[in-house]
Design a protein around this ligand. Structure first.
Ligand code: SAM
Length: 286
């Protein structure tokens, strides 16, 4: 049981993953570290107290969230300077993955202290492992934007990806976002919606986007809880398929302009996904 006898490093920041639902999804090593550190910095101390109490961990707990991260970072740097060790946890899963902590980790590393990751649950990776979509390459694109215009552009900008892409979604926006996604990628794209992973109502809905949207409209109960959406990449053949006019215009512009600018103009002029035109432009250049 090497994990339970590990001696903690002084003046180190441990970045510790916690469960995304099921409290049993925490490693022995994570528990050992959380028990042994001088300070635990948590996104929401009340929320994390439930986990820590469940495992009988009594280390001192302070808050670190987006509104106090700068001030707290300096306080924690002082703790490290005095030889203490600190753990960072978030409300769920891996800190820094759509969660606070980037500023702290950057500052601690820049100050020359060790940053030690303690791996564990993360909703993106958990969803990918069961989605049934290719995992040889994937891109995590964070949360979709809350404002309608930005959200539409967000989906258009990712529509031409050839690898699986994954985003976090709020239950309130799920249907609206999937409608934007449908406008950008079409009805027949394979999508998986992973909901309430590791919890009682865990559900993975797999299928063509058009069907999934129809089903969700008919059964709003399927939109509740925490949600990860995974989108199959565009098949390579489709990337090449711009219509003749768009293709001709793209070739003309490529003779005069950089790839990104030429693709931007064609995408805008012909109302096509920018990424798709960009991929085609790269192929033409080759
Ligand atoms: N740091 C976390 C991680 O490692 O996945 C993510 C934190 S982010 C603020 C919260 C979002 O992650 C949720 O809105 C949801 O999109 C996703 N998420 C977290 N837990 C989940 C779960 N059990 N099932 C599905 N999605 C989850």
């Amino acid at each position: 049981m090497e994990a339970l006898t590990e001696t903690l490093v002084s003046s180190a920041l441990y970045v510790v993953a916690t469960p995304i639902g099921n409290l049993a999804d925490i490693s022995l090593r994570a528990l050992h570290i959380l028990e042994g550190v001088d300070q635990i910095a948590a996104e929401d101390t009340r929320h994390s107290s439930r986990l820590l109490n469940h495992y009988g961990i009594q280390s001192s707990l302070i808050s670190l969230h987006e509104h106090n991260e700068q001030v707290r970072t300096e306080e924690l740097i002082n703790c490290l300077a005095q030889g203490q060790n600190v753990a960072l946890i978030s409300d769920a899963g891996t800190p820094l993955i759509s969660d606070p902590g980037y500023g702290l980790v950057q500052r601690v590393a820049a100050a020359g202290y060790r940053v030690i990751p303690i791996p564990g649950a993360c909703a993106v990776v958990t969803a990918l492992s069961a989605a049934g979509l290719p995992t040889d390459a994937f891109t995590f694109v964070g949360f979709s934007p809350s404002k309608a215009g930005a959200r539409k552009r967000f989906f258009e900008s990712h529509a031409g990806r050839q690898e699986t892409w994954v985003f976090y979604e709020s239950p309130r926006r799920l249907v609206a976002s999937l409608e934007n996604l449908l406008d950008a990628v079409g009805t027949d794209r394979q999508v998986t919606i992973a909901r309430e992973l590791t919890k009682m109502h865990e559900t993975l809905l797999r299928g063509e986007l058009g069907e999934l949207v129809d089903n969700l409209r008919a059964d709003p109960g399927q939109c509740r809880g925490e949600i990860v959406v995974l989108v199959n990449g565009l098949p390579a053949m489709e990337v090449a398929a711009l219509d003749d006019d768009a293709d001709r215009l793209l070739k003309l512009l490529l003779a005069e302009l950089p790839v990104t600018r030429a693709a931007q103009i064609v995408a805008h002029y012909r109302d096509l996904p920018r990424r798709q035109v960009y991929q085609r432009a790269l192929t033409l250049q080759e």
